[in-house]
Design a protein around this ligand. Structure first.
Ligand SMILES: [Fe+2]
Length: 136
């Protein structure tokens, strides 16, 4: 069993492109988890973290592009949540790089809880908005 198991019922936001990106984020967190469990070298963990940060930025920009394009009413609040998360993960990346921190279960659980909660609560709120504008 993976660290995070995707299921459409709980996690689909009704937009194929975004579901696919969310699945990829789940894959990256699972990869980070298995690298940690296998006690992979710091360099490998660093690479997965870099990839996670890069992909997260790409994914957030996809969502925000639709918010801006069609005038989503919760754009500002949603962007702020994205920004806070990015800052949190950048801080964690810096601490790992400077040896102040090991990739721990605490961090993995933070990433998992944040992502799943964000999808289920904050992202699902835009489903009707996306569908109204033909994004499915
Ligand atoms: Fe989001």
């Amino acid at each position: 069993m993976a660290f995070i198991d995707w299921n459409d019922k709980d996690f689909s936001v009704g937009v194929i492109e975004i579901d696919d990106q969310h699945k990829q984020l789940v894959n990256l967190i699972n990869e980070l988890h298995s690298s940690m469990m296998a006690r992979k070298a710091k360099e490998i963990l660093g690479e997965v973290i870099d990839e996670l940060i890069e992909y997260t930025a790409y994914h957030f920009s996809t969502e925000e592009k639709y918010f801006d394009q069609y005038g989503y009413e919760e754009t500002d609040a949603h962007k702020k949540i994205h920004k806070d998360f990015v800052n949190e993960v950048l801080k964690f990346q810096k601490d790992v790089q400077s040896n102040k921190l090991f990739v721990s279960s605490k961090i993995l659980n933070f990433l998992k809880d944040w992502l799943l909660n964000h999808i289920k609560v904050t992202d699902k709120k835009y489903m009707a908005f996306m569908h109204k504008h033909g994004i499915k």
